[in-house]
Design a protein around this ligand. Structure first.
Ligand SMILES: [Zn+2]
Ligand SMILES: [Zn+2]
Length: 203
């Protein structure tokens, strides 16, 4: 079988894979894999997203147009969602910082990098170095809201207008993750989305 065909076989099983992984599997350079990938992309067989290679499933192409938040299922509408990279290749986006932190809680023991964007300038900042206003009256997405700023001064200024608390990453993280565990109702996430109709009928 040709390498390109084998790549498609792998993708059918794994759903997504990085160029790096493919180059290891076939024991060829990443450049060689990129060439295969480019051809497959032209042929409409695959697509690339955030450094990963995915099958281009034609029948689902419409539903794939809208990315949804893995935490709350809202469509990701922000131009700059909260973005986590786990283990150097797997990129996951959340609708906002609130859900981004909840996403982090699934990877507490893994090295991650996370990018957020200053609320005013929209410049990218490392999520770890940002200052956050937590629980203000401004709720652009999920509640309690977490609004990132590159500078503490800007965060303090925002707090004067909209309330909430200014926190560094780990304090903001703990507040959201603990809050969500204790008082899940304070959040807009859909609850009890899993159910069985036969059990509902009995009760
Ligand atoms: Zn969300
Ligand atoms: Zn959100």
């Amino acid at each position: 079988m040709e390498r390109k065909e084998k790549i498609l076989e792998i993708l059918k099983e794994k759903k997504e894979i990085s160029v790096k992984e493919l180059s290891k599997i076939f024991n060829v350079s990443e450049m060689t894999i990129y060439r295969d990938i480019r051809e497959l992309e032209k042929e409409g067989e695959i697509k690339r997203k955030h450094g990963a290679v995915l099958l281009n499933e034609k029948e689902n192409s419409e539903s794939l147009l809208v990315d949804t938040c893995p935490i709350c299922d809202k469509p990701i509408t922000r131009a700059y969602p909260y973005r986590i990279t786990v283990e150097e290749y797997k990129v996951i986006e959340a609708c906002c910082e609130h859900c981004g932190f909840l996403l982090h809680s699934k990877y507490e023991d893994k090295p991650v990098s996370a990018i957020t964007y200053d609320f005013i300038t929209e410049n990218p900042i490392s999520a770890l170095n940002a200052w956050y206003v937590v629980g203000s009256s401004a709720v652009p997405c999920c509640s309690p809201s977490v609004i990132p700023f590159a500078s503490k001064e800007d965060a303090e200024r925002f707090k004067k207008g909209f309330g909430g608390e200014v926190m560094n990453f780990i304090d903001a993280y703990n507040t959201i993750v603990n809050n969500m565990n204790i008082n899940i109702k304070s959040c807009c996430h859909p609850q009890n989305t899993t159910f069985r109709i036969d059990q509902l009928k009995k009760s």
